[in-house]
Write a protein that binds this ligand. Structure first.
Ligand code: C2E
Ligand code: MG
Ligand code: MG
Length: 509
């Protein structure tokens, strides 16, 4: 560099504004500190941290300048990496939630300028968790990378694909066009994602559920579209996976209702608005052999709220845990009075959420101990959901409960994805035929064939069968004729308060 001006370090990537700043300060004999892009002799660029200071003589006149230069390219690279990581997901290299928020704002500005529709898709993989759990995280990571690639291949310039979390992705389409076009994009994504994945020489299959929300230039907060798409995605999942679903305002209403009900359940627990009613279960000789405890909520304003409505919400919010505990305790308090009436067993409905609690068995035993109730006095009703998706250790759990002497009943049998395998492999003592099937008895020809088949299978496997929802004499007769073991339904007895039982049976005795 001897004898040369620093200007030889400049090149086409050097910011002219930085040069101008240096010159103007030097003209005024001021010091300069800046970072500019300079070039080495071989043409490779570097970041130069430049400091130039004037040197004055005894009279205070500037005689020359001293400059110190530092190549800080490494530090710059580091900073860029940090900035990149703040905005990207390192596994898939896609924008993360932070950058997604920026892109949404950008997209909204674009949509406003050109009067377009802003479309957001929320994508969640179906069955990713089991892959991660059984094949390990490294396989899970590889799957996610391929998913990211497949998704980005289906998009156009100007669309944003971001990883929202775990196995969730969000796509922002600022110019997707009408509903038909968006539908065909969603179809294409579903098809692409369902192609087999070849990971470490193994072929895996995977599907996804997609929720879609769309808004025009009037939207205030584009994040709302993400939330709406998320809700719609849940609806797609409930409809049975590998689906897409549009957000509709009905879903929104439902969610608002959730928020209200959550609050009200809290109040109701504090104010004692819950109570139990019991529905009798008979044997073939029309004797009451047990009763099923059913939860009732008397809302101060709305009156009776159906458990079919509030139990799913309580499950969603986790409130089913204290509520379910209260049910078991109340049953234990009532069980002695039933015993005096000659009824030895009470049936309790359990939510999958309760069962998935790690200390479920210990807590249950502790309550029983407190009220001096034995497991033989309780029938635990579980639904097929417990077996299908909620609980991986369901077989062991049921075996433990069975070994301790509880009676295990499979509730609503036939209403979900019943598998005969469960009946065969799990310690199920009683199958409760869902009332949908009971209602088919006496109707159209052939519609009762499922009930016939269930009764035949149960007899073969040496299981008891309780038919739910018997509403007519004809249904009762049909079931008696097929040697059903238990009978429950409005025709025989509605759910009533325990006091009414005492009254009713007391009068007969
Ligand atoms: P489930 O366990 O299958 O209970 C039977 C439901 O069928 C009850 O509705 C009962 O009143 C109704 N039912 C009985 N016989 C007839 C009939 O002949 N015709 C008709 N149409 N219906 C009949 P309910 O009490 O509204 O309960 C609905 C569901 O809520 C229950 O279905 C159960 O899954 C859940 N549930 C109720 N109490 C509890 C509870 O304490 N804990 C949990 N986790 N779930 C509960
Ligand atoms: Mg039940
Ligand atoms: Mg049932």
């Amino acid at each position: 560099m001897l004898g040369q001006s620093c200007r030889v370090l400049q090149g086409e990537g050097t910011d002219p504004r930085a040069i101008e700043q240096i010159r103007s300060r030097l003209r005024r004999f001021k010091e300069v500190q800046t970072v500019i892009r300079n070039y080495k002799k071989d043409g490779t660029p570097f970041w130069n941290d430049l400091y130039i200071a004037p040197v004055k003589d005894a009279q205070g006149v500037v005689t020359h300048f001293i400059g110190v230069q530092n190549d800080i390219s490494d530090r710059k690279k580091q900073e860029e990496r940090i900035a990149w990581h703040a905005n990207h997901d390192s596994l898939t290299e896609l924008p993360n939630r932070a950058l997604l928020a920026d892109r949404l704002d950008q997209a909204l500005r674009f949509v406003r300028r050109y009067h377009l529709q802003l479309t957001v898709m929320f994508i969640d993989l179906d069955g990713f968790k089991p892959i991660n759990d059984t094949l390990g995280h490294s396989v899970g990571d590889k799957v996610l990378k391929v998913v990211a690639q497949r998704l980005s291949q289906s998009l156009r310039d100007g669309d944003t694909l971001a990883r929202f979390g775990g196995d969730e992705f969000v796509i922002v389409l600022p110019n997707a066009g009408n509903v038909d076009e968006v539908n065909s994009i969603a179809e294409r994504l579903l098809v692409n994602l369902s192609e087999p994945y070849e990971i470490d020489g193994k072929a895996l299959t995977l599907t996804a559920s997609i929720g879609i929300a769309q808004g025009n230039e009037d939207i205030k907060d584009p994040n709302m579209l993400v939330q709406q798409a998320d809700m719609a995605m849940y609806k797609a999942k409930r409809r049975g996976h590998h689906n897409f679903e549009w957000f509709s305002h009905d879903i929104n209403k439902k969610v608002e209702r959730h928020v209200v009900v959550r609050h009200e359940i809290q109040e109701a627990m504090a104010n004692g608005e819950f109570r139990l009613v019991y529905q009798p279960i008979f044997n073939a000789q029309r004797q009451i052999v047990s009763v099923e405890a059913l939860l009732r909520w008397h809302h101060p304003v709305q009156g009776e709220v159906s458990p079919a409505e509030f139990i799913p919400i309580a499950e969603h919010t986790g409130q089913i845990i204290p509520l379910g505990r209260w049910v078991i305790e109340q049953v234990c308090r009532d069980i002695g009075r039933f015993r005096q009436l000659g009824i030895e067993k009470v049936s309790v409905n359990l939510s999958p959420i309760q069962l998935s609690r790690s200390r479920f068995v210990e807590n249950l035993e502790q309550i029983l101990e407190q009220y001096q109730v034995s497991p033989a006095q309780l029938m635990l009703e579980i639904t097929e959901n417990v077996l299908v998706n909620e609980l991986t250790h369901a077989p062991e759990l049921l075996q433990t409960l069975h070994d301790k002497g509880f009676t295990i009943a499979l509730d609503d049998f036939g209403s979900g994805y019943s598998s005969l395998r469960y009946l065969h492999e799990l310690p199920i003592d009683v199958v409760k035929i869902d009332r949908v099937f009971t209602s088919h008895i006496g109707g159209q020809q052939g519609k009762d064939s499922i009930v016939r088949a269930m009764l035949a299978i149960a007899a073969e496997l040496d299981m008891n069968v309780i038919a739910e929802g018997i509403e007519t004499a004809e249904q009762l007769e049909f079931l008696q004729d097929k040697h059903c073991t238990g009978y429950q339904g409005f025709y025989l007895g509605r759910p009533i308060a325990i006091e009414q039982f005492v009254h009713l049976i007391g009068a007969q005795q």
